[in-house]
Design a protein around this ligand. Structure first.
Ligand code: CUA
Length: 190
């Protein structure tokens, strides 16, 4: 049997090799691009420190400053902003029940006393870690009134799964009627 290629016909073997080679270059180009992206983002982010790091002294947290127990809960600041201050410890949050208004920006400021904790509020995007000696802060808006559960979501020890708080989202008017300037609001039964 003859394998000779008729004159004028393209060599199918050579065509296959050429196609294979083209694809090899495409794949090499994709890999080079991905590696370049990894190197660029790695260098870029290592050259950019986090935008803001706020520290707090764990040893005096309960004695003075922003996170003393009497200052925890929800407050209306002098500039009218709603701020929630909370502390996480093994195995509870203080306060255990947090009141916030619906439809208004709420700023959370929290820290931890003993281990790394964290929380997420129900189905909302409120979600942060709480790390001893650091202040975690974020601002979010709760669109709908209602009650949400707030579990600790960082494994913090044997009582981790029992570490919960509740968040009561009140209609804004009801919240504003309850909130008095300078007072700290919570829904912990007294
Ligand atoms: Cu606190 Cu898990």
């Amino acid at each position: 049997m003859s394998t000779a290629i008729p004159a004028g016909e393209p060599d199918s073997h050579a065509t296959a090799i050429a196609a294979e080679r083209r694809w090899a270059w495409v794949v090499i180009a994709i890999m080079a691009l991905l590696v370049a992206m990894m190197i660029f983002t790695g260098l870029h982010w290592s050259a950019m420190p986090p935008s803001r790091v706020e520290t707090v002294d764990v040893k005096t947290l309960h004695l003075k400053g922003e996170f003393v127990e009497s200052n925890l809960g929800t407050s209306i600041e002098n500039d009218g902003k709603v701020t929630v201050r909370l502390v996480a410890q093994q195995y509870s949050f203080v306060p255990q029940c947090i009141v916030v208004p619906a439809g208004m920006p709420v700023t959370f400021r929290g820290t931890a006393t003993d281990a790394i904790h964290g929380f997420i509020v129900g189905t909302t995007n409120a979600n942060t870690m709480l790390v001893p000696a650091f202040v975690s802060t974020f601002t979010t808006t709760f669109p709908h009134p209602g009650e949400q559960l707030m579990p600790c979501h960082e494994y913090c020890g044997t009582g981790h799964e029992a570490m919960w708080a509740r968040v009561q989202v009140l209609p804004a008017a009801e919240f504003m009627a309850k909130a008095k300037p300078g007072e700290r609001l919570s829904c912990v039964p007294r």
